[in-house]
Design a protein around this ligand. Structure first.
Ligand SMILES: [Zn+2]
Length: 186
């Protein structure tokens, strides 16, 4: 009798500065918008939506491929279509994602490797596809005069991003402690 063992280890997710950058940029933008003309700043539920959407999109990544977001997805189903569309458009305009198209309530898009990618993905190729920029975050965060710096796309820029994080980008296996082949009980 043979036993089929299936490895459940997966490539790791390689984090980029894009999550924080999106959050900072969006909050600065809505803040500037709402205080214009001396209006009082009000927080809205949707202020956290860019970050939430990015986190959701990351879980849907499977290698260097486009991602589909269903508006009925349990994590975003409570947000209005208007908010979701507006946020996706904003993420596209600020180049955290590249929106491929919207079919009904499903958006198809590419995630910038500045936000993150799966291990084994070459960020230089993924970035070149849509000329994604790279972002850096000021040390003081939102307190800094310019919390986020956007560096325009260039092959040299992404080459240096790749070299500085090569080990993470190249790793194709993240050990799952419950893996029947490599987990703690083996
Ligand atoms: Zn395994």
């Amino acid at each position: 009798m043979t036993t089929v063992i299936s490895c459940t280890c997966r490539p790791p997710f390689v984090h980029g500065p894009g999550f924080l950058a999106a959050d900072f940029l969006y909050r600065s933008a809505v803040c500037a918008d709402r205080t214009q003309g001396g209006k009082k700043l009000r927080r809205r539920e949707a202020d956290g939506l860019p970050m939430l959407l990015l986190i959701r999109l990351v879980t849907k990544l499977r290698g260097d491929a486009p991602v589909a977001l269903d508006f009925d997805d349990e994590l975003v189903a409570d947000d209005s279509d208007t908010d979701l569309r507006a946020t996706l458009t904003w993420l596209h305009d600020t180049r955290f994602i590249a929106l491929n198209g919207m079919a009904g309530r499903i958006a198809r898009l590419w995630l910038s490797p500045a936000v993150g990618c799966m291990g084994g993905t070459d960020p230089r190729i993924a970035a070149a596809r849509h000329s994604f920029p790279y972002m850096t975050i000021a040390e003081d965060g939102m307190a800094a005069p310019q919390p986020v710096t956007v560096h325009e796309y260039s092959p040299q820029l992404w080459q240096s991003v790749y070299e500085q994080n090569q080990e993470s980008f190249d790793s194709t296996r993240f050990l799952d402690y419950q893996c029947p082949e490599h987990g703690i009980n083996q």
